[in-house]
Design a protein around this ligand. Structure first.
Ligand SMILES: [Fe+2]
Ligand SMILES: [Fe+2]
Length: 334
């Protein structure tokens, strides 16, 4: 009898250990770590698998999933941790150095990045800086803001979450960063806020990596062309929802919402500048049609008042920016 009890106890303890282990494994699901509930994710994954098995899965199925995902999270912005959301909101309020410093933990990766940039060949002074405060002062508030915006976005939504589409998402982030620096220069030539143009170009396609990461994290083997079609169809509205929740200027949100719409984008200079940088990417074949449903057009250049000769100048300058961003990426990966 005693032996039997012991056996039963052993059996139960093995069962409990196994349950705890699988619970531990389950909590490693990155979507759960982002705050999405496991019951909800199980339901969504089951739904996707069923549609896939029945042969009814198409881009509309995935579009609905993307729209639902924006309501899943108790966080204000899916895929962006709350401390980063707070940092972005503070940046919008033209903070002082002290206010910004208070929100960046001195031992964080971001602090390391700021200090590293202040000591890079482009900014280094006679002596290296070692503290976050000194690095911030050396860079100056405008550059610092750009650096933080770029870091937060690239470290979250633009960060490949699985091995599945690493190359695709890296290309997206390369395009976004190069476009942002080009947009800032275009803005100064046409009398538009450089900050807003920078953010508009950096973020107008933020819906793309969000959708690709989300679908990859569903861990269901989705047909690649269906994923591409979904990205092409809903990246604009998805990006605009994310940016509005992050409280970005309305011109930036509208750039996300309208950059493929020639009529709507014509009314917003930030959107037009993003359309120009997209055209420059097209000319260098960094972005290839017909997937993104944009064709070569001179309209955004014309609407911003650029002559043919000036467009040639923009193309030359963009080549330089592409080289600089490429060089910077190579340096940071070595
Ligand atoms: Fe786009
Ligand atoms: Fe774009």
């Amino acid at each position: 009898m005693r032996d039997k009890d012991l056996e039963e106890r052993k059996r139960r303890s093995i069962k409990t250990t196994f349950r705890l282990m699988t619970q531990g494994m389950k909590s490693l699901d990155p979507l759960e770590e982002m705050g999405f509930s496991s019951a909800l994710l199980d339901r969504e994954r089951r739904r996707l698998r069923q549609e896939l098995n029945k042969g009814t899965l198409n881009s509309e199925t995935l579009e609905r999933l993307v729209r639902r995902s924006l309501r899943w999270s108790p966080r204000s912005v899916p895929m962006i941790p709350d401390d980063y959301v707070t940092l972005l909101r503070i940046l919008r309020r033209n903070p002082s150095m002290g206010a910004l410093e208070a929100k960046i933990p001195a031992d964080s990766k971001l602090a390391g990045h700021i200090i590293g940039t202040a000591n890079s060949s482009m900014f280094k002074g006679r002596s290296p800086v070692t503290t976050l405060r000194n690095a911030m002062v050396r860079l100056g508030i405008d550059l610092l803001k750009e650096l933080i915006y770029r870091w937060v976005i690239m470290d979250t939504i633009f960060k490949p979450q699985t091995e599945e589409h690493v190359t695709w998402i890296r290309k997206m982030s390369f395009r976004a960063v190069a476009s942002a620096y080009m947009a800032k220069e275009i803005a100064t030539r046409v009398g538009v806020s450089g900050d807003e143009a920078f953010l508009g170009a950096l973020l107008h396609d933020v819906g793309e990596p969000y959708i690709v990461n989300l679908l990859d994290l569903m861990r269901v083997p989705l047909p690649h062309d269906t994923v591409e079609k979904t990205v092409a169809k809903v990246h604009e509205e998805t990006g605009a929802v994310l940016l509005r929740r992050l409280n970005f200027p309305e011109s930036v949100c509208q750039a996300a919402e309208t950059h493929h719409d020639p009529v709507a984008s014509a009314a917003n200079s930030v959107s037009l500048i993003s359309a120009v940088t997209d055209q420059l990417l097209l000319k260098y074949k960094i972005m290839t049609p017909p997937l993104w449903e944009i064709r070569e057009t001179k309209a955004p250049f014309r609407l911003l008042g650029f002559t043919e000769f000036e467009v040639e100048g923009l193309l030359d300058r963009f080549q330089e920016i592409l080289d600089l961003v490429m060089q910077e990426e190579n340096e940071s990966s070595t």
